[in-house]
Design a protein around this ligand. Structure first.
Ligand SMILES: [Zn+2]
Length: 86
């Protein structure tokens, strides 16, 4: 049996690469806007390390990575998701 290679992605905060399971995925969907861990489109990744998802500059970094201005509603979702994660 062939071993599945992990898909490595880079965290936009610490710039380290991680297995995709270790990361939150934020997706820019062409008509739904910004989504959390779902959908297809340009993605940005944040590792599940408190210093990264609590990075005070994470909003700016996300906007830069996705090249859009992010709706404040999205951050409420993001906050909720990281609360669940803890
Ligand atoms: Zn990180």
């Amino acid at each position: 049996m062939k071993k599945k290679l992990p898909i490595m992605r880079r965290c936009i905060s610490c710039r380290e690469t991680y297995d995709r399971n270790q990361l939150f995925r934020i997706i820019k969907h062409h008509n739904l806007g910004v989504l959390f861990n779902q959908g297809n489109g340009r993605s940005a990744y944040i590792c599940k390390t408190e210093k990264c998802f609590r990075d005070p500059k994470i909003k700016k970094k996300l906007q830069k990575a996705l090249k859009i201005s992010i709706n404040p509603n999205f951050y409420e979702i993001f906050e909720m998701e990281i609360q669940n994660y803890k």
